[in-house]
Ligand binder design. Structure first.
Ligand code: ADP
Ligand code: MG
Length: 533
């Protein structure tokens, strides 16, 4: 960002106004302001940011997307960038700061190009050519991840955010869960659906574990029923265990005849019928999403059925996957093929709270996340969430690229020579794209206290000599083989950052002056944040 307005800048702004570039100037400034807010968090030596959120609470974070989502921003371009980084977070679970820095840099270079007379349409074309070529280069230089690489890559994505021991622990748990889901069908949200996160007291973070079954903080409806079973049949009701029809009838009946006992008898009879039908299906474990009628409690016990009620829907879905039981709306609609099998069940009281663990053949798991304080447990949960998000995607697509700015340096070098094969002015846009990519090694160097210009030149030279897997080790300042050091960026993260940033930049380049006819939004104000080291 231009902190100091030189005379030349002022002159340029005047020309921009006359030549109708003021929208682009305004948008680019907003993007650069936003980028400067997250710039210092990039990489393992990025600093933490202290922010004040809308409730006046102080948030300390090293995460680009958190910085952006906490800030109150009203500029449409800034909001577009925030949306791009949120999409990056959703799709790739990493690379959010990178995508913002890239977008802003692409816009900065586009503005420069438009000032020397390159039309935005040409810039858009050039950027499109450049991103396509970059994506195919990623395929060229990426390599298949070994088991060790999976570990190194997952922990690299947490570098600078949490301490190394915790990162290592969470990486192990995340990969265990990710491997268990490796051959399961489903979309990107599978890791959220299939892995329950449960914060537990007792023990430190290091005692966190994955259990291949479901652990639920629940107590049995009737304490006199069995606490353990080494297998049996389970039914899941996605509703209540009651009879609503009868309730309605009863109100009418009571009002008209005043007879209460007759109604209660009929209700009991209906419930008994329902329990009998569950019992005839061999069910000994009943899980009900809503309530269970009081009158049903002794009936269920008599039938040898242990019952649990009031479930979150996600937990019922997990139970269904784990045991093969289908969710049925009402007990009397239950048939043999809706019944599932569990292999073990154990109820246990821990720190005054009841838990039940249910095991089965299906792939649903629970991450037991421990920590000595609630703040610690929250941190452990967040770290696990990040680690699993990346590990799950990485196991599905086990391809990695050099980290430490190596990938972007390679792409920049490649694009500069590739540009010469392209026609006319698009060449300039492709070069602008190449320059923009170098923002990543530049900022990594900056945050490590190194000279960005020297580092970019040295890294480029090191790659010419040693190949494209050379990057900057931000810890030592050495230019080194990133494969050897295990500093990787997952392919899916780099791919999404490139496409997301390019799409966002192109969207801004296309915004025409119509949008700005009535309003002239100001650049976002970041004065409420403080850099922390
Ligand atoms: P993002 O939000 O974009 O993921 P991060 O703060 O997580 O931002 O930083 C990611 C960048 O840090 C990647 O480019 C990655 O290659 C780089 N990186 C991670 N560890 C190292 C390291 N030891 N040396 C140099 N760069 C590193
Ligand atoms: Mg990251």
């Amino acid at each position: 960002m231009h902190m100091v307005e030189s005379e030349q800048d002022v002159a340029l702004e005047d020309t921009d106004r006359i030549e109708g570039r003021s929208a682009l100037v305004n948008n680019t400034n907003a993007a650069l302001a936003l980028a400067s807010a997250v710039r210092s968090t990039l990489g393992p030596r990025g600093s933490d940011k202290m922010l004040v959120d809308e409730n006046g609470e102080i948030v300390v974070t090293n995460d680009g997307v958190t910085v952006l989502e906490t800030a109150k921003v009203e500029h449409p371009t800034a909001n577009l960038l925030i949306a791009t980084s949120s999409a990056q977070d959703r799709i790739a679970r990493d690379g959010t700061t990178t995508s913002v820095l890239l977008t802003a840099e692409l816009l900065r270079n586009a503005l420069e190009l438009s000032r020397i007379g390159v039309h935005p349409t040409i810039i858009v074309n050039g950027y499109r050519i450049a991103v396509e070529e970059s994506l195919s280069q990623l395929e060229e230089i990426c390599r298949d991840a070994s088991d060790d690489d999976l570990i190194a890559t997952t922990s690299t994505t947490m570098a600078g955010k949490i301490d190394t021991a915790l990162a290592k622990k969470m990486t192990g748990l995340a990969l265990e869960a990710a491997h268990a889901l490796e051959n399961e069908e489903g979309g990107d949200d599978l890791e959220r659906i299939r892995v329950k996160r449960l914060q537990m007291t007792g023990g430190g973070a290091a005692e966190s574990e994955i259990i291949h079954g479901l652990m639920l903080k629940k107590q049995r409806l009737d304490f006199t029923t069995e606490t353990h079973s080494d297998g049996g049949k389970i039914a899941i009701i996605d509703g209540g265990f009651e009879n609503r029809e009868l309730e309605l009838d009863a109100q009418i009946e009571i009002r008209s005849t005043g007879v209460l006992s007759g109604f209660q008898e009929r209700k009991r009879a209906k419930l008994a019928e329902q329990v009998a039908s569950l019992s005839s299906l061999g069910i000994d474990l009943l899980c009900v999403r809503d309530g269970i009628e009081d009158e049903a409690v002794p009936l269920l016990k008599e039938a040898g059925i242990t019952a649990y009620r009031r479930f979150e829907r996600e937990d019922l879905e997990r139970l269904s996957i784990l045991t093969g039981a289908k969710m049925v709306r009402e007990a009397n609609r239950m048939s043999a093929e809706d019944v599932g099998n569990y292999t073990n069940r154990a109820a246990e009281k821990i720190d005054d709270a009841w838990y039940v663990r249910i095991d089965g053949e299906g792939r649903a798991m629970t991450a037991l996340l421990r920590g000595t304080t609630s703040t610690m447990r929250e941190e452990v949960s967040r770290a696990f969430d990040d680690a699993l998000g990346v590990a799950f995607r990485l196991v599905r697509e086990p391809k990695v690229l050099p980290g430490g700015g190596g990938t972007q340096t390679h792409l920049a070098r490649h694009l500069r020579s590739y540009a010469t094969t392209q026609k006319g002015r698009e060449q300039l846009a492709i070069e602008g794209f190449a320059d923009a990519l170098e923002v990543i090694p530049r900022v990594l160097a900056e945050n490590a206290g190194l000279d960005p210009i020297d580092e970019i030149l040295a890294l480029s030279a090191a790659q010419v000599e040693n190949g494209s897997w050379f990057g900057l080790d931000a810890m030592s300042g050495e230019k080194a083989d990133m494969a050897e050091l295990g500093i990787h960026d997952p392919l899916f993260v780099a791919r999404q950052a490139l496409t997301g940033a390019t799409e966002a930049a192109i969207t801004v380049l296309r915004i025409d002056d119509v949008l700005w006819a009535n309003v002239e939004p100001s650049t976002p104000d970041w004065s409420n944040q403080i850099d922390e080291d």
